[in-house]
Design a protein around this ligand. Structure first.
Ligand code: TMP
Length: 196
């Protein structure tokens, strides 16, 4: 089983690319599972509602721990039991380093210890779709801004910077793709990166 994670700030087109890759892999007769974070388990989806509902006031620490509670459920109930050829993840632990570490300024060593604590597998491939913050938000079609999306522009600038650094430091699994390219160009780069 190979794990492929999709990362990036809001509005980069992760879901579109994830769907295209899923269709492509299935057209080659591979079995594919897709999960999103936070969420994708019974408890994880409830935690997602708490995390994203704008009427909830959460401390940064609670936000971090809820992300990891959801992730731990996903690993235990889905990832560890996965029998498919490919597991596509709409975000994974790199998002906690960027959003809660770089963005909320929580301790990155602490976040890394949580990654170890819940035995996160390392993705085989990670795809960073990168775009300037303003462009990303301009592309977002839905007008419902959730709790995390209502964070400041400076927050998302830090998140973007964090992603660029992580991609640079983990070249063995990461590819950084300019998300302003057209949809098919991006898709072709992803297929090439995963060696298909
Ligand atoms: P999305 O799945 O619609 O992109 O929404 C998930 C939101 O949660 C998004 O704003 C990124 C944020 N997030 C974190 O802050 N930390 C994490 O570890 C993960 C997985 C997501």
């Amino acid at each position: 089983m190979k794990i492929i994670s999709f990362e990036g700030i809001e509005g980069v087109g992760k879901s579109t690319q994830l769907r295209l890759l899923k269709d492509y892999l299935e057209s080659k007769n591979f079995l594919v599972d897709v999960y999103r974070e936070p969420g994708s388990t019974n408890t994880g989806e409830k935690i997602r509602d708490i995390l994203l509902n704008s009427s909830n006031e959460l401390s940064n620490e609670a936000e971090l721990l809820l992300m990891f509670a959801s992730r731990s459920e996903l690993i235990k109930h889905k990832i560890n039991k996965c029998k498919s050829d490919y597991l596509l993840l709409d975000r994974f632990y790199d998002a906690s380093i960027t959003y809660q570490g770089y963005g909320r300024k929580l301790s990155i060593p602490l976040i890394e210890s949580l990654i170890t604590f819940i035995n996160c597998p390392v993705p085989n491939y990670s795809i960073l779709l990168d775009i300037p913050v303003d462009e990303g938000f301009a592309r977002k079609s839905n007008d419902d801004i959730d709790r995390i999306e209502s964070s400041s522009k400076a927050f998302f600038e830090r998140v973007r910077k964090g992603y660029i650094k992580i991609a640079k430091d983990n070249k063995d699994r990461f590819i950084k793709i300019n998300a302003s390219l057209d949809i098919d160009q991006i898709h072709q780069k992803i297929i090439k990166h995963i060696g298909l």
